[in-house]
Design a protein around this ligand. Structure first.
Ligand SMILES: Cc1cc2nc3c(=O)[nH]c(=O)nc-3n(C[C@H](O)[C@H](O)[C@H](O)COP(=O)(O)O)c2cc1C
Length: 447
């Protein structure tokens, strides 16, 4: 175990790959998108390269541009259960919404995944950014941003108590004495709140990690405050070192105000690398992907991010900055700001902007040699901008293999990434404490 601070690396699996046109690329495995063995093999490779975890995003609605892209979703916990069965050490992070699920159901799903994976579950806590989800749950419209976070805070308090409702030694399971559980150590939670009413206890004993690792991906003010209060790992999107450093410092500062220690929070920006043996080769590869873009798709993505429909505009004309209504955040709050910053900083044409975003929906896209990618990762890691990265291969599986085989060895040589796992759970990999049950140690409420 190197006591030197080391990177955490996740593989962010996105069907087809993260570049919006990846599924059309000759090297991608578009035909295997429904084949569970594709994801099992990919995860086994990530485990062989000692990655911390794999991660599945999710949204309980069909994206409205599925005509042009591989954008449908498996239910992530179901998918991870199948992957858990053929892996041993790699973490398994699934996204689930606090807006469109009930805590008792979700508590059972993640406790089950943590039990069957022997302690490798993580929960990416989202309030759901896709407004279309509302109609799938009988709501006239998507609850406003602030209200979604209000419900999310109550939800976290409830589901944490459910996962803690069996103390660690409540399960006795002694056929001789005939005692299966020490019921004095199993607790109802009797929660009555503004959004939720839940009696509990949970109907399964406490899982190996106690609770799944709390992951979160908000960047707005509400999102940041939520992350600082609850998250143990934070996914985030940044285009520049400076904006990542500002986010990193702000989150760690806010967490301190909640009495949390900064080493118990891992900040993981996304990185989507196009890798070549020369810079020119890497640039050519990125161009090859951008040439496969379908503007009809890209413009719907842009509309979702900034609420502006540019259908019919000259793609090679200047981006119409004056049409952006900055009065109220429209679309995804933090992505709105990210796109406007690109427009103001780089004055792109519409085509140049959609090509910028096509790579990874606003995450950091970088093209270069393995050394250049490793240098940039090291600069963010040692520059107070990241504790690790969500690796977002432009295409799968090849985009992952080239990163794992050419960049990871360089990071190892520099002592920045593990040679082998030293623990078995996702908490071990991230260096996170295992939380005690709030019922066993009432003083230690959610910490
Ligand atoms: C790496 C990453 C992954 C995300 N995954 C999801 C997801 O799976 N489902 C979702 O609804 N939102 C996802 N989001 C969006 C966030 O949950 C959040 O809505 C968005 O970052 C806006 O932040 P805010 O909630 O603070 O406004 C993701 C964001 C990031 C940075």
């Amino acid at each position: 175990m190197s006591d030197r601070r080391q990177l955490a690396l996740n593989l962010f699996i996105y069907p087809g790959g993260h570049h919006e046109a990846a599924w059309r690329y000759k090297g991608s495995a578009a035909d295997r998108i429904l084949d569970v063995s594709f994801y099992q093999e990919l995860t086994q490779r990530a485990e062989a390269h000692k990655f911390d975890a794999i991660f599945f995003a999710d949204g309980p609605a069909l994206a409205d541009n599925v005509r042009y892209a591989q954008r449908f979703r498996f239910e992530p916990i179901t998918w991870l259960a199948a992957i858990a069965a053929v892996t041993r050490r790699i973490g398994l992070i699934a996204t689930a919404s606090t807006t469109y699920t009930e805590p008792y159901n979700l508590a059972r799903l993640f406790a089950s995944l943590d039990h069957l994976s022997k302690g490798r579950a993580g929960w990416n806590i989202v309030t759901t950014s896709t407004p279309q989800a509302a109609q799938n749950f009988g709501l006239p419209e998507h609850p406003p941003h602030h209200e979604r976070y209000e419900r999310a805070r109550e939800y976290l308090d409830v589901i944490t108590k459910l996962w803690d409702s069996w103390e660690d030694d409540a399960l006795v399971n002694d056929p001789r004495s005939g005692v299966f559980a020490d019921t004095s150590k199993i607790h109802a939670i009797d929660h009555v709140g503004k959004h939720l009413r839940v009696r509990g206890p949970l109907n399964i004993s406490r899982s190996p990690q106690g609770r799944p690792v709390y992951v979160q991906a908000g960047s707005s003010d509400d999102g940041r405050a939520f992350a600082a209060r609850y998250a143990e790992a934070i996914f985030t999107a940044h285009q520049t070192l400076a904006s990542a450093q500002e986010f990193y410092a702000d989150i760690k500062r806010q967490a301190g105000s909640f009495g949390r220690s900064s080493d118990q929070i891992k900040i993981l920006p996304g990185i989507s690398p196009f890798i070549g043996s020369t810079q020119a080769e890497a640039d050519r590869l990125q161009e090859e992907f951008n040439d496969l873009i379908q503007p009809e798709y890209s413009l719907t993505q842009l509309r979702q991010m900034i609420g502006l429909d540019l259908t019919g505009f000259d793609l090679d004309g200047p981006f119409p900055r004056h049409l952006i209504d900055t009065s109220g955040a429209r679309g995804v709050a933090s992505r709105f700001k990210l796109v406007v910053d690109i427009v103001d900083r780089e004055k792109p044409t519409i085509r140049q902007l959609v090509q910028r975003l096509a790579g990874a929906r606003g995450h950091w896209v970088i093209a270069g040699t393995p050394e250049k990618i490793a240098d940039n990762i090291q600069a963010w890691f040692e520059g107070g901008a990241a504790d690790g990265f969500n690796v977002m291969p432009p295409w799968l599986p090849g985009g992952f293999d080239v990163f794992a085989e050419q960049v990871v060895p360089i990071l190892r040589q520099r002592g920045l990434f593990r040679h082998d796992y030293t623990g078995n759970t996702l908490r071990d990999h991230y260096g996170l404490n295992r939380p005690a049950s709030v019922f066993a140690h009432p003083a230690q409420a959610i910490a």
